[in-house]
Design a protein around this ligand. Sequence first.
Ligand SMILES: [Zn+2]
Length: 156
Amino acid sequence: MKYTNEQWQMVFTIFCHDCFMFWKREGLSTAKAFEKARMETLSLKHDPFSPKGQEVDTQALSQWEKLYNQQTVDLLYAYEHKNAINELRVCSNCGFPIFYGYYISGSFFCCDKCAVDGAYNGNEERFTKDLEHGDDPRDLMWDEVYWSQWHYPINE
Ligand SMILES: [Zn+2]
């Protein structure tokens, strides 16, 4: 089955995040790790998650690149240089730039795992509960915890 454009966007972002985490573990800075992960993603020829993965949809990839662009790399370097990377919309747990992810009481998290580890000390149950409460306009937690997507640069 061919992926839809939306599925491709997810494949690229998850792959990029995996590469990013690899380079972070190797000791690279956030900006350097993202720069390498982004290049690795942009040079994908096949779906990296299955053995004989289907060929990459190049249109979907160039759409992905519009979001995860060179400007994002430059921003990460600039803010890293002045030690202010947390002023950007990056994951509070791993540093990955965020266009899709969780907002939790003033912080951003790139995925479920980072949200649970970074904001809930591993307590997945509380995270799930807070997400439900965050979705209810009559609840005190409303708008304090939610998933969202942003189509603008990570410093605005
Ligand atoms: Zn993260």
